[in-house]
Design a protein around this ligand. Structure first.
Ligand SMILES: Nc1ncnc2c1ncn2[C@@H]1O[C@H](COP(=O)(O)OP(=O)(O)OP(=O)(O)O)[C@@H](O)[C@H]1O
Ligand SMILES: [Zn+2]
Ligand SMILES: [Zn+2]
Length: 739
């Protein structure tokens, strides 16, 4: 007797283990095949992860596999290993990891969405079958429906609906040779309709060539991990393109990860321009159907390159040779809002190790973590110090906003920025105004009593919008701006702070003839609106682009000679160990948008902290200097990369109960008394009240990742058994932001 080790496709910690099922003699099983099994008297799907001759489970209790879903494995052995690794690293259920690797919608669609069914034999043979198999009512219903529809193939999903049958019925008819079931390729390729001009390989600069040669060596050896540190505009993308070309020549596939906000038409254009229809694009704005189609094109080997966001790291290539992670420092590579809370950079690295592929991380401002790993010799550091064609990096000027205020300037623009804007417009060049939205609110309060308008569900300040509403950016709660103060009744409610709308208004007042575009969450909500604004600015249909984080990445507009950073330091005072790192990265990236054309660019940074090393090093284009300051601080305070951090978050409607349970969890962790673990007392989360729920955090820190994970697992299991439904608990290992 053979036994299959099966992972049940139910997402629950109780079910997160391997179950043994007996394999009937006439069924052929392999790891990676999906099966239907009886689980607690329910028919459920599962994945076979192993096959063995003996089972330790009592033979009287072992059930048999009902049937197999796939004739060939849908998961490779390496994908299974990757799933196990994710489970260990992020403490997720194996099913959660498998669902990333083989998303549910893709799974379903493989069976249904594109399957077409048609008769394979003559009508006479069908009639004969119906006549002699009267008992198979469901099979007969299907055949009759097909006869009714004449010669045309019918979609499997439609057929099943019309006859009340299921996929199993179709499968049995196919096995009998009566019908044919096949996929049609609808090729809902959302980019194929666009016209991408073909581009040719560029003659590389000496620095580019050196970097590419190194990467090629890695590709020849089927291994290697690289970190490209290349200043903005140094031509990193051209290196990617030629590395991919080499990879394709070797018959291999490549994945390029980019942050959501840099997956712009320009980025897509660059890859499509070189590799045409060999490129699939995966981003979160695709419809389900579009995503499934892209996924299928990858599985069927129809493309050689995937350009996509975080989840594209799981693209089901069979012959992966290269994974590139562009803008490697971006925090969005970490999935924070849902389980499994994986980091795509780490998954990429693990996947490369497993599949003999080369990893290339790249950034103008590498994450402290990966730069440290490069310094320590775990990553191969490749440097690009110059811009292409020796174009100069922009000249950066710091304006001390405290002095502006003292000299009587209450405008959001310093005198210097105003003058430069005027000059730039006079020269008919373009300029970008950048606003750091992080931690910055346009809040509304009473000038007399100080009352602040807050969201009743989230207890954070409401944001003022130009249409006269106040909105909560977390839950969407919205009210009209009140005429009088709800607390003191006086007519003295005003809004403070600044948003992109306010900037736009001020610019209009100062430069009534300038053509302005605004790019933020509000103006880009509609599908395609990002592209519209982008193209308009690129075609120089506007002079000024005002925007938030969205415009900081990867944009290459040669017409831009001035960048004004209106609020450079709003994130600097965030109570987070990585606040300086993120401020430095942001300023450097935004500044990098200036002077990519013929004229040297100019950048003006407005700040209240002109002496902070994050600001000063950004001004001097001094990454190494910043790194040295920052790594010293991290080492002294035992912050990553010298430790790992994790957080438990408890939440519920009753603040008192949530706090009590947090204390209880704290005590549990303390009683384990692990010397390598530092536990911090429960603290109300920064967003203490969110969507009517109160939230508390417990932070853990350790130099020993194994013990950290062991402790999280143990204490989580323990506290789970002591919680009612009214308190929810979650954890995040190596979280990015503590909220
Ligand atoms: N070898 C080359 N010869 C001529 N032009 C080049 C060469 N390499 C790149 N370029 C051009 O230089 C410009 C900047 O390159 P690219 O956008 O790849 O820089 P980058 O390093 O990715 O910058 P960022 O980090 O700011 O996104 C692009 O317009 C690109 O087409
Ligand atoms: Zn709210
Ligand atoms: Zn008041």
């Amino acid at each position: 007797m053979r036994y299959a080790e099966v992972i049940i496709d139910i997402n629950s910690s109780n079910v997160d283990k391997i179950y043994d099922y007996a394999v009937p003699d006439d069924i052929d099983v392999k790891p990676g095949i999906r099966v239907v099994v009886d689980f607690n008297k329910r028919l459920v799907e599962g994945f076979i992860v192993g096959v063995k001759e003996k089972s330790d489970v009592d033979s009287s209790r072992i059930k048999s596999i009902m049937r197999i879903i796939d004739s060939k494995p849908v998961l490779t052995e390496k994908q299974l290993v990757l799933a196990y690794w994710m489970k260990e690293r992020y403490l997720c259920h194996l099913v959660e990891a498998l669902r990333c690797i083989m998303p549910v919608d893709v799974k379903k669609s493989m069976e249904m969405a594109h399957m077409v069914v048609e008769l394979k034999v003559s009508i006479a043979e069908i009639e004969q079958f119906i006549f002699s198999n009267k008992k198979n009512t469901r099979q007969i219903a299907v055949l009759k429906e097909l006869l009714n529809r004449g010669d045309n193939p019918v979609k499997a999903s439609e057929l099943i609906k019309a006859t009340g049958s299921d996929y199993g019925v179709l499968k049995r008819l196919k096995e009998k040779g009566l019908i044919d079931v096949y996929y049609i390729d609808t090729e809902k390729n959302p980019y194929s309709s666009c016209n991408y001009g073909r581009t040719e390989r560029l003659e590389l600069t000496a620095e580019q060539r050196k970097a590419l040669d190194e990467i090629k060596k890695g590709m020849d050896a089927s291994k290697g991990k690289y970190l490209i540190h290349g200043v903005t505009g140094s031509g990193k993308t051209e290196i990617f393109l030629q590395a991919i070309e080499y990879n394709i020549k070797k018959g291999k596939d490549a994945i390029v990860l980019v942050p959501e906000i840099s997956l712009t038409p320009q980025t897509i254009e660059r890859f499509k321009g070189r590799f045409g229809d060999n490129v699939a694009v995966l981003h979160s704005r695709l419809s389900d159907g579009e995503r499934i189609d892209q996924w299928k094109r990858i599985m069927d080997g129809k493309v050689k390159v995937v350009v996509g966001v975080r989840s594209a790291v799981f693209a089901p290539f069979k012959n992966l040779g290269l994974v590139i992670v562009d803008e490697e420092h971006e925090s969005t590579y970490k999935q924070s809002d849902m389980r499994p809370k994986y980091d795509a950079r780490e998954v990429a690295e693990r996947r490369c190790e497993l599949e003999g592929a080369v990893l290339v991380l790249a950034s103008a401002t590498p994450s402290i973590l990966n730069y440290y790993r490069a310094v320590e010799g775990h990553l191969n550091l490749l440097r690009l110090k110059k811009r292409v064609n020796n174009k100069k990096l922009p000249y950066v000027h710091i304006v001390d906003m405290r002095q502006e205020l003292m000299s009587g300037n209450r405008s959001i623009f310093s005198k210097e920025l105003y003058d430069e804007m005027k000059n730039t417009l006079a020269r008919k060049e373009q300029l970008i105004l950048f606003l750091n939205r992080r931690g910055f609110y346009t809040f509304v309060s009473c000038r007399l009593c100080g009352y602040v308008m807050k969201c009743p569900h989230c207890n954070i300040s409401l944001t003022f919008h130009a249409d006269g509403t106040l909105q909560c950016h977390y839950c969407g709660y919205s009210i009209y701006m009140p005429k009088s103060c709800p607390a003191c009744g006086q007519n003295s409610i005003r809004y403070f702070g600044m948003g992109t709308e306010r900037v736009e208004k001020e610019v209009k007042a100062l430069f009534p003839d300038a053509r302005i575009l605004r790019m933020d969450v509000d103006t880009t909500r509609k599908k395609g609106s990002f592209e519209k604004i982008y193209t308009a600015f690129k075609n120089r249909e506007a002079d000024i682009l005002i925007g938030t984080q969205m415009i900081s990445k990867g944009l290459d507009f040669p017409g831009v000679s001035l960048v004004g950073i209106i609020t450079a330091d709003t994130a600097l005072n965030f109570p987070e160990y990585n606040a300086s790192e993120r401020t430095f990265q942001l300023i450097t990236q935004v500044a990098g948008r200036a002077g990519r054309g013929n004229r040297q660019g100019k950048v003006i940074i407005q700040t209240y902290y002109p002496d902070h090393y994050a600001i000063l090093c950004a001004k001097n284009h001094d990454y190494e200097g910043f790194y040295r300051r920052e790594i010293t601080f991290r080492e002294k305070s035992d912050y990553p990369p010298f430790s790992e951090l994790a957080v438990f978050t408890l939440s519920g409607f009753d603040d008192k109960i949530v706090k009590e349970k947090s204390m209880l969890l704290y005590d549990i962790i303390e009683t384990y008394n692990e010397p390598d673990i530092q536990v911090f007392k429960p603290m109300p989360a920064m967003l203490h009240k969110l969507r009517d729920k109160y939230r508390w955090n417990i932070v853990l820190k350790s130099k020993n990742g194994d013990i950290l994970r062991y402790t999280i697992n143990r204490s989580y299991d323990k506290i789970k058994s002591m919680l009612d439904k009214d308190v929810l608990i979650s954890y995040d290992i190596n979280y990015i932001t503590l909220i």
